[in-house]
Design a protein around this ligand. Structure first.
Ligand code: PLP
Ligand code: SF4
Length: 333
């Protein structure tokens, strides 16, 4: 039997994996045995490249259309100006109540816990988000914590970002302690892509901390393609599920990545096999630079209808789109 990693070495592992992530488009292409000319444009300057080794290892060498590569490789079309595609696609700024606090929907509010991520998804709706204005140090969270304390209609806090699991266990723990102490809060949601792209982040210590707080934890991960949900990623998801956490997935419908029934069926059944609930399939948020990922809503509706024919009801996600100013995400089916 291999000994369980000590907490210190488990933490060292993910910090090391993060430090080793690829940040150079040329290097990314070289590792995949693809021509450097594919990065012969400056789109990486619009939003830097970031790809952890674990995620890279799930791509097919020599395939420029690999669905995981498509999500992270800068594309010359990111420079296109397309009508309707804007910097603040979902009205985050109008819903910002204090630094770091976005409150749109009844009973739940979102904290922009950090500006960093372990992967840079080219279609990210927050790719232009002004993270520099948001809190970094614990004392800078005071206005957001005070606003949560003052509003007892809020029952659930969502840690988002960026990716909240980019915080160290110590920093995350301090923030969670503050939230645990607000009596009217009941639930804590963590929106994170790290279990998918940097599985070593899921340590026994992290699972324990999420379970041992006062708030009921819900972890929402983000995988778009079945080839993401393999190997160490499955181990991480099973680790979360077996430690008793509720784990949901949200995916984004992306042209050329997952806009066909076989791919979505494989994604949803793999999630179900792992004990992860398919929560949302998002229509793409219309953020500047991501127009080439957009799929028509009629295609999305047909895909959901097909999934319903092929899968148990619990394995079919809700197809939704976020519309600025609305009181919830809007169901499209
Ligand atoms: C998406 C989102 C939520 C969560 O919505 P659910 O439908 O509860 O998953 C909450 N706050 C903000 C600002 C959001 O964008
Ligand atoms: S992990 Fe999430 S927040 Fe980070 S770049 Fe990807 S979609 Fe955006």
């Amino acid at each position: 039997m291999t000994p369980r990693p000590s907490p210190a070495s488990a933490a060292a592992d993910w910090h090391r994996d993060l430090a080793r992530a690829i940040r150079d488009p040329g290097q990314l292409l070289e590792r995949l045995e693809l021509p450097a000319s594919l990065a012969d444009h400056p789109a990486a300057k619009l939003f830097g490249v970031m790809v952890p080794e674990s995620f890279l290892a799930r791509m097919r060498p020599g395939d420029p259309h690999d669905p995981l590569l498509r999500q992270v490789l800068p594309d010359v079309r990111e420079h296109d100006r397309v009508e309707g595609f804007t910097i603040d696609a979902v009205g985050d700024q109008a819903a910002r109540r204090t630094p770091g606090l976005i409150h749109k929907y009844a009973g739940r509010a979102l904290l922009v816990s950090t500006g960093s991520c372990a992967v840079h998804c080219r279609y990210c709706f927050r790719r232009h988000y002004p993270y520099g204005r948001e809190p970094r140090r614990l004392d800078e969270w005071k206005p957001a914590i005070a606003a949560l304390q003052a509003d007892d209609s809020i029952r659930e806090v969502i840690l988002s970002g960026g990716d909240p699991l980019m915080l160290t266990d110590a920093r995350l723990g301090e923030l969670l302690d503050r939230l645990d102490a607000i009596p009217h809060l009941a639930r804590l949601r963590i929106h994170t892509r790290l279990p998918i792209v940097l599985p070593s982040r899921v340590t026994p210590a992290l699972c324990r901390r999420l379970q041992s707080g006062r708030l009921t934890p819900i972890v929402v991960v983000h995988a778009n393609h079945p080839a993401e949900v393999v190997g160490d990623c499955v181990e991480a998801l099973v680790g979360l599920v077996r430690s008793g956490l509720t784990v949901l997935n949200q995916a984004v419908l992306l042209a050329g990545v997952n806009d066909d029934a076989d791919t979505l069926e494989a994604l949803c059944s793999r999630l179900a096999d792992t004990g992860v609930v398919a929560y949302y399939l998002h229509q793409l948020d219309r953020v500047a630079g991501a127009a080439h990922f957009e799929t028509d809503e009629s295609v999305g509706r047909a895909l959901i209808a097909e999934l319903e024919r092929r899968l148990p009801g619990y394995a079919v996600p809700r197809y939704v789109r976020e519309q600025s100013g609305e009181s919830s995400k809007r169901r499209l089916v």
